[in-house]
Structures are given as structure tokens and as C-alpha cells.
Design a protein around this ligand. Structure first.
Ligand SMILES: CC(=O)N[C@@H](CCC[C@H](N)C(=O)O)C(=O)O
Length: 383
């Protein structure tokens, strides 16, 4: 059985791109991945399912002379974004899109796995196809279900994220913190609805929500050290039903970003305080619900990351770029808080940003990524 060709990798990526599924609903995606893997040389492979996390998939490759177990993780979920790329292989699932490039991530993981299914590694390997990265903490769920126990526990964990700002196929990484930690924010404002003509008898939650949003935007600019920085984005708001009814309820969803836990906790606290202030001044009930889940800052392990960067810099086939920390979040941060490892970027050069309806990653990154990653993992096994 040959290792996946560049042509078949592109086809796999396009198939996956056309069938995006949301967090914890990746049923067809999981089945597709399993079908592709069933075509690999099975001599040293063991597949594992998790009853309580049915869209997750793990594959163990038994090493010939194992000194350790190397883990490689890819996320598999998509986003509630309506695709506007116009590509022939665009999403066939309306309102859902691989707008964060997890189709590229999965294809690279399959390429690396197919290589090691043909070239038995010396160390053991665990490939983790993880559901629910964009929300619902799939990495943390898996860890807490005891998935990484016994022979399924990696000693080191590696994973990538695609990056449209880097040249296609380039590897980006840094020592220390690569990605921010995040807190998911839900805010419910409860007042009293009424007739548009009689505001004196109602308690308008559209006005209260507008004030709250304005005040929230002062948290970063007035309460946070600008050298450290942070982000609050309120990405969704719902209130009211019709123009001439005063809304008695408003709902807001957002996300907080900070590069340290201390910073995230400070922003969390200020948000609670602003919510309490709005509740008081509008005589309303304001419930601020914060959930960090597994989205801890992504902290690269010093020694493993030094080895990773050294390998990538010395490899003539790899364009390596030292990157700054990013305010993107990743629940791989949770897994790296339990198991040392390295997260890195794979360049996919595109004008559109991650989470954009027009994201169109450069597919030439796939083969280059696989070459760099398999080379690094083999060099790690030789240590
Ligand atoms: C790489 C990336 O875009 N990741 C997502 C992770 C979501 C974090 C969490 N659900 C939140 O929204 O707070 C991101 O939005 O950065």
C-alpha cells in the first residue's frame, strides 16, 4: 500500500472541506477519517474509539524499539459560518464551513500517519483526531475520560494550526506562549418588556445591553496594562422581537483573550463588575456566565520546543519563521498543561483570515507540512 500521494491528499482535503460538521457532531467526518485509515498498512496500527466521545478517533502505531510515545493531535470540527469562497468543493452543509482550516489539519495528520504506517517508527506514536476545538472543549473532555492512559498516554504531544499570514508550507513557532487562553462569555439581561409608546412603564434591555457593550469596551483600554494586552470580543447579540415592543430580555455572547491566566482572571473579574454596575443602574437582572473550559494559554515546553525549532531551522526543506504570540485560542492548551509538547503554525498563505467565509488555504502547504513534521518526528525518535 503506497503512502498517500500529493494528489490523493488534495482530494482528501477537498472531500473533508465539503462535509464540515460542528463540535461534537463530526459523525461523517470521523467515519471518513476511519475509512481512509483503513486503507493504510495495518501491521502496526491499533484504532481506538471512545464511547462517551463518539466522534473522537485515536490510532496507535507500535514502534519497533520504543523509548517513548510521541503524540500528534489534529482537530476535526468546523464553524457556523456560511461559506463564500465559490470553490467547486465548497461546503455542502449550509451554514457550516471549515473556516479555520481543520480540513488542512486533518489531511496533514493523515499524511503523517500514512507515512508511519509504511515506515514503522522506532518510538510508539498516538494520533488523536479530536472533536470540538472551536467550542465544547474536546481535548479536555477526552483527557478527563481517561483516554490517554496506559499505552495510550503520549510522553510528548505535538499539534499544528494553519496560518494564512505565513507563506504556504512555512513552519512558525516560538518558545513559551504561542496562543492566548480564552474565556467564553454569556450575558443575559432581564428587565421588563412593554409598549414602545410607554417607556416609563418598561425596563428596556436593548438600552441596557448597549450601555453594557460600551462599558465592556473600556475594560481593555482603561483597566489593562497596554504592554500586556488582552481582548474582549462580543460576537453575538440577540434582543427584542419587533420595532414597537420594548425588549425585556437581551442575550450577548463573546470571548475574552489573554496571554496569561492572571490576565484572563483580571478581565473576567472586570466583566463581572461591569455587569453588576449595569444591573444596578438599570434595575435589571444581569447574569454574566464565564467558562474557560480547556482553553488555557498554549504553553510550549521549553526543551521539546527548543529541539523542534532547532530541527526546523536546520532543515533546508523547511522555511521556518519565529512568530509572536497570537490571541487565537486552542484547547490544545489544556492537553499541553498535562503532557509536555509543542504547538506550531503551518503557513497556508491567503488574503482571508481564519474564521472568514472566504478563507481559501493554499493546498501546497499540505505536502510541505507533512515532510517537515515527519522529518522532525523521525529526528526526535533518533535522540
Ligand atoms: C484557532 C482558533 O481560532 N481557535 C478558536 C478557539 C475558540 C476558543 C473558545 N471557544 C472561545 O471562543 O473563547 C478561537 O476563537 O481562537
Amino acid at each position: 500500500m503506497p503512502v498517500l500521494t500529493e494528489e490523493s491528499l488534495i482530494q482528501i482535503r477537498r472531500d473533508l472541506h465539503a462535509m464540515p460538521e460542528l463540535a461534537l457532531n463530526e459523525v461523517r467526518t470521523e467515519a471518513y477519517l476511519e475509512k481512509v485509515i483503513s486503507g493504510f498498512n495495518q501491521a502496526h496500527l491499533t484504532v481506538k474509539h471512545i464511547a462517551d466521545l463518539p466522534t473522537a478517533l485515536l490510532v496507535r502505531v507500535a514502534g519497533s524499539h520504543p523509548k517513548r510515545t510521541l503524540g500528534y493531535r489534529t482537530d476535526i470540527d468546523a464553524l457556523p459560518v456560511s461559506e463564500k469562497t465559490g470553490l467547486p468543493f465548497a461546503s455542502k452543509n449550509p451554514g457550516v464551513m471549515h473556516a479555520c482550516g481543520h480540513d488542512i489539519h486533518m489531511t496533514v495528520a493523515l499524511g503523517v500517519l500514512s507515512y508511519f504506517s509504511e515506515h514503522q517508527p522506532t518510538d510508539n506514536m498516538i494520533f488523536f483526531f479530536q472533536p470540538a476545538e472551536e467550542s465544547k472543549n474536546g481535548g479536555k473532555l477526552a483527557y478527563e475520560l481517561g483516554v490517554f492512559e496506559g499505552e495510550w498516554r503520549p510522553d510528548e504531544f505535538y499539534g499544528l494550526h494553519d496560518n494564512p499570514d505565513l507563506p504556504a508550507g512555512a513552519i512558525g513557532c516560538r518558545m513559551g506562549t504561542l496562543f492566548a487562553g480564552t474565556t467564553e462569555v454569556n450575558i443575559d439581561l432581564e428587565g421588563k418588556g412593554g409598549h414602545a409608546a410607554y417607556p416609563q412603564d418598561a425596563n428596556d434591555m436593548v438600552v441596557a445591553a448597549a450601555q453594557l457593550i460600551g462599558q465592556v469596551q473600556t475594560i481593555i483600554s482603561r483597566s489593562i496594562d497596554p504592554i500586556e494586552g488582552g481582548v474582549i470580543t462580543l460576537g453575538k447579540m440577540e434582543a427584542g422581537t419587533i420595532r414597537n415592543v420594548i425588549a425585556g430580555h437581551a442575550h450577548i455572547e463573546g470571548t475574552i483573550r489573554g496571554l496569561t491566566q492572571t490576565m484572563i482572571q483580571k478581565i473576567d473579574q472586570r466583566l463581572q463588575e461591569v455587569g453588576a454596575g449595569i444591573a444596578k443602574s438599570f434595575n435589571a437582572q444581569v447574569t454574566v456566565t464565564l467558562n474557560q473550559g480547556g482553553y488555557l494559554p498554549v504553553e510550549n515546553d521549553p526543551e521539546l520546543t527548543r529541539r523542534f525549532i532547532t530541527y526546523m531551522k536546520q532543515n533546508d526543506d523547511v522555511t521556518f519563521i519565529e512568530t509572536e504570540p497570537a490571541m487565537t485560542g486552542e484547547d490544545f492548551g489544556y492537553l499541553l498543561s498535562k503532557i509536555p509538547g509543542t504547538m506550531f503554525w503551518l503557513g497556508v498563505e491567503d488574503d482571508s483570515q481564519l474564521h472568514s467565509a472566504t478563507l481559501n488555504p493554499d493546498e501546497s502547504a499540505i505536502a510541505k507540512g507533512i515532510t517537515g513534521i515527519t522529518g522532525f518526528l523521525e529526528s526526535r525518535m533518533a535522540d
